[in-house]
Design a protein around this ligand. Sequence first.
Ligand SMILES: O=C(O)c1ccccc1N[C@@H]1O[C@H](COP(=O)(O)O)[C@@H](O)[C@H]1O
Length: 197
Amino acid sequence: MRVKICGITNLNDALNAVNAGSSALGFVFYKKSLRYIEPSKALKIVEKLPPFVQSVALFVNETTEYINQTCKASKMQLAQIIDDENIVDYAALEPKYMRVLRVKNKESLKDLKDEYYLVDAFVEEFGGAGKRVVLEWFKDINCSKLILAGGLNCENLKELNGYGFYAVDVSSAVEVEKGKKDRDKMVEFIKRANEIY
Ligand SMILES: O=C(O)c1ccccc1N[C@@H]1O[C@H](COP(=O)(O)O)[C@@H](O)[C@H]1O
């Protein structure tokens, strides 16, 4: 199972995540988050990453122009986009992107199109809150293009067996505190993610 570790704010955590086996690292470009990182600081980390690790920029209700400029300046390979205000012109986006669907109920899943999405539990305050989606809602859905986020941890990962999610995304369960990752928790999380079938 592919794993994205989100909320990277320093090189040490980035390299620990990569060495633990993370396929992707998430950088939060949302200023109100305690995991916010300046794009110029993210660039310094990205430039030191080894090959085969994807850098993902997380945006919340930002304009197309801002996303394009910021991804280019910080050499991000993928934009993770929360666009509740419907302001993004996806045809004009330069980086590859992955929309975030914030799931409130089973009805929310009707909005999924045939593309890769990150699905996260809806919370009023944006993101990384450790809140889970209800897995039963995904039972009759093709999950092969879905990256599941929201409250995943070493203990509950095994509940994903059989769903066929493309990847998982985690932040709070592998932290010492917001913005600081725990190496051992990342190692254990990725070990358990690799046991999912
Ligand atoms: O992490 C944040 O601070 C954040 C801020 C704004 C929007 C999204 C954010 N994080 C995303 O939330 C998921 C779930 O995190 P958790 O595992 O439940 O803590 C995380 O993977 C980020 O993609």
